[in-house]
Design a protein around this ligand. Structure first.
Ligand code: FAD
Length: 444
């Protein structure tokens, strides 16, 4: 394993107890570098390995649907770990208190966590470091090229990150080993009863057409994409009337699918090379650029995270008259004058997903018809994080700040409300795809 995937966060001394992997955003057993690293330490020390997951109530506007998708995936994780002789401990409540209690209960000697650049887990990591006196290792099991190795700073855009990633990629695209089997300890059943049923019991009635959760479903969705849509990905991906994208973002977001495994599967295929390279650009460069942004910019979810030129330009146009001004409740319930915008929001409400091209239009119109850029960012983040199955992800914050605030983009011709932020309108959409068909498909 490339040692650059891992960093030791403190200088505590390891005793002889079990190793604990505190699973976070990489919720899978296969192709998980954090789990492989933890297994390697446990094997070398000749001690048991445990995996802990803590479900946190009211986690960052998470919806019942999102909790349900995650919990279904975790049930599969528990089952697969059992087959490997590894106990899965499930906790519900305050993350730090539960991790700390587990460390004491099973007398853990070494703790491993997976890397997540977002605020909640960064704060947990900092608090935990103040409490524990065992080594804590962090492993980037989500990015192909470790986020803090790819670049030491926030990048200007894909064009500045791309050469850095491309240079390091061969050393990180190493073969993904099999997780070893452990033996010798009895594995208690995971206790799911601590999770209150109201956390996810209303989910089914809210959204239909949701994908099946878990690693097995993720791999079959990946195979379906490679077989049926990858050959025409380049041509079809920007047409919201065609399901031409991979549809894998929720699996990637919850870590039910490894981006590296996905990239290696794509590389091995023998299809249209242009489609392959366009897909790998999105999967690797664009996705890892989002992690780079959130890791190095603590204002990743507000106006202060925008480039200076964009903030200045939005400020100049703050008082421009808006042709419509909608409240969050109106946006949320698809009550705008714009049928195309409403259709995109209906698609999100019904399926937990909005087509990638429509996401840009959707966010830009929220800027155009909200009372300020701050309101627009807040509304877009809430709607995306609450309703989108892949929400609460660095890609979401980067995508929203790109659309509303010119992040990773350049200045365009100046116009009302938008200032120098790139503009999009329904006429442009009409030139790209059959707008009437999309509206008809996603009517209430
Ligand atoms: P595919 O086209 O099949 O792409 C494969 C993978 O590449 C995606 O799953 C994703 O991991 C990555 N990718 C593709 N496009 C982008 C992009 N523009 N930026 C970064 N990574 C990309 N993506 C999320 O995962 N979660 C979000 O909450 C999210 N919110 C967004 C909000 C807005 C306003 C915008 C403009 C974009 C947002 N994106 C988000 C990025 C992108 O739209 C989605 O990743 C993509 O549509 C997901 O569908 P897919 O997996 O079928 O994509």
């Amino acid at each position: 394993m490339n040692p650059e995937r891992v960093r030791l966060l403190n200088s505590a001394h390891a005793g002889q107890g079990p190793v604990l992997y505190w699973m976070g955003r990489d919720q899978r057993v296969q192709h998980n570098w954090a789990l492989l690293f933890a297994a390697d330490i446990a094997k070398k020390k000749g001690v048991p390995l445990y995996v802990l997951f803590c479900i946190v109530p009211d986690y960052s506007v998470a919806s019942a649907t999102q909790y349900q998708f995650m919990i279904s995936g975790l049930k599969e994780v528990a089952h697969s770990l059992r087959n490997k002789g590894i106990p899965f401990i499930l906790k519900y409540g305050d993350a730090i208190a539960e991790v700390y209690r587990t460390i004491k209960e099973i007398e853990v000697s070494t703790l491993i966590m997976d890397f997540d650049p977002l605020r909640p887990r960064t704060l947990w990591k900092d608090s935990l470091l103040k409490k524990i006196n065992i080594p804590l290792y962090e492993v980037d099991a989500h990015n192909i090229v470790t986020c803090w190795k790819a670049s030491p700073k926030a990048e200007f855009g894909a064009y500045t990150l791309r050469p850095k990633i491309q240079q390091l990629l061969p050393a990180f695209m190493e073969p993904l080993p099999e997780l070893p089997v452990f033996s010798g300890i009895s594995i208690p059943d995971t206790d799911w009863s601590s999770i209150p049923s109201q956390l996810f019991s209303t989910a089914i009635s809210q959204q239909q057409d949701l994908p099946k959760a878990g690693e097995i479903a993720a791999v079959s969705a990946l195979n379906d994409f490679i077989e049926n849509r990858l050959p025409d990905y380049q041509e079809h991906r920007n047409d919201p009337c065609i399901e031409g994208q991979s549809g894998l973002s929720a699996y990637l977001h919850y870590g039910q699918l490894s981006a590296q495994y996905l990239a290696q599967c794509i590389q091995k295929t023998d299809v249209n090379p242009d489609s392959k390279s366009v897909f790998l650009e999105e999967l690797i460069i664009r996705r890892e650029l989002s992690d780079n942004f959130c890791y190095y910019n603590s204002n990743y979810d507000n106006i202060n995270g925008l480039p200076t030129w964009a903030r200045k330009s939005l400020e100049t146009h703050r008082k421009d008259e808006r042709s419509f001004v909608y409240t969050l409740a109106e946006w949320e319930s698809c009550k705008t004058h714009d049928e195309l915008w409403n259709a995109a929001q209906y698609q999100l409400l019904q399926t937990g997903k909005m087509h990638g091209y429509m996401r840009m239009y959707w966010a830009k119109k929220i800027l155009e018809w909200s009372k300020s850029p701050e309101h627009a960012i807040k509304y877009a983040i809430y709607l995306n994080d609450h309703y989108s199955l892949d929400g609460r992800d660095p890609n979401g914050y980067a995508g929203i700040l790109w659309s509303i605030g010119g992040l990773h983009d350049r200045a365009w011709g100046e116009r009302a409300v938008f200032g120098k932020i790139r503009y999009m309108n329904a006429e442009g959409c009409k030139r790209k795809f059959d707008v009437k068909k999309y509206i008809a498909r996603w009517k209430k």
